[in-house]
Design a protein around this ligand. Structure first.
Ligand code: ADP
Ligand code: MG
Length: 269
């Protein structure tokens, strides 16, 4: 597949962003649960080493887009390539932190075992976690400030603490591309800080981060790129360009008052 496009939205550098070089390139993606598509004919090219916020109103198809990118939902049409190759052989390069509300811990599981789940590809289906794996799981918990909770039951932790554990599980995978679904939703300030610090470190290491993000007030501070969606793609590009009043109005329509948009003190319009 050769889908070459010049990155005209990049401003200063005229870097090319192609299906071949992108950690995650989506073409013509349509996903439907019923008659009405949840995601319609979406193209997206996420940039290597960038941090992109996926933005849009409730029900815009943000979670669906991530799930289709992971291959856990089968699209009606479209292709997903990961570092230039079909998704099927590349899943181990992607780590995913699901929307917290979608995880339900009915049976008792220790925190360290949740993180070890991130290592299952290295362990193999019948593999048993050895001392090296446990040490690695603990190191990942350390990175999110949760090492002291390793032996606690996950169900007993606060929402923010659980979210940090899920991030530790993603870290254990040693992935190159991190997909997170509303990682900051309903977490405490300390957790938000811990998570953003980890994400910025990942970016500094050259990893690529794509996160569904609900808080428009922190987009400019946390991310360098945005992808706006409302079933269809609205816009994608650097925060300084694509995160503007016109695109927000297009994505949110009447659901976002002009006053709110003005409060964001957007750079470009
Ligand atoms: P967002 O994450 O932007 O809030 P979603 O991707 O979760 O949006 O949902 C997009 C649309 O698809 C919504 O209208 C939602 O109700 C619908 N939807 C999501 N998941 C399912 C599902 N498993 N079955 C049926 N409809 C779904
Ligand atoms: Mg969602």
């Amino acid at each position: 597949m050769t889908h070459l496009e010049l990155a005209t939205d990049d401003g200063h550098t005229l870097r090319q962003s192609t299906v071949e070089t992108s950690p995650l390139a989506i073409r013509g993606l349509t996903v439907s649960y019923g008659e009405k598509p949840a995601v319609f004919s979406v193209d997206a090219t996420f940039r290597d080493g960038s941090m992109t916020a996926i933005i849009g109103p409730n029900g815009a198809g943000k979670s669906t887009l991530l799930k289709a990118a992971l291959g856990v939902i089968r699209p009606l049409s479209g292709t997903v390539t990961v570092y230039g190759k079909p998704l099927a052989g590349q899943r181990q390069r992607i780590a995913y932190v699901p929307q917290r509300a979608s995880v339900d811990w009915d049976f008792p599981t220790r925190v360290v075992d949740v993180v070890l789940m991130g290592l299952y590809r290295q362990l193999g289906l019948l593999g048993r976690a050895g001392a090296t794996h446990r040490a690695k799981a603990l190191a990942c918990l350390e990175r999110v400030g949760m090492a002291d909770f390793a032996n606690r039951q996950i169900g007993q932790l606060s929402g923010g603490q659980q979210q940090r554990v899920f991030l530790a599980r993603a870290l254990a995978q040693d992935a190159d591309l991190y997909l997170l679904d509303e990682p900051f939703a309903g977490v405490d300030a300390a957790t938000e800080k811990a998570i953003i610090d980890v994400l910025k470190t990942l970016k500094a290491e050259g990893k690529t981060v794509v996160a569904v993000h609900h808080d428009l007030a922190t987009v400019a501070e946390y991310f360098d790129r945005v992808f706006l969606i409302n079933v269809r793609k609205v816009a994608e590009g650097p925060v300084g360009e694509a995160f503007n009043a016109e695109n927000l109005q297009k994505a949110y329509g009447g659901r976002l008052a002009m006053a709110q948009i003005e409060n964001l003190q957007l750079t470009a319009g």
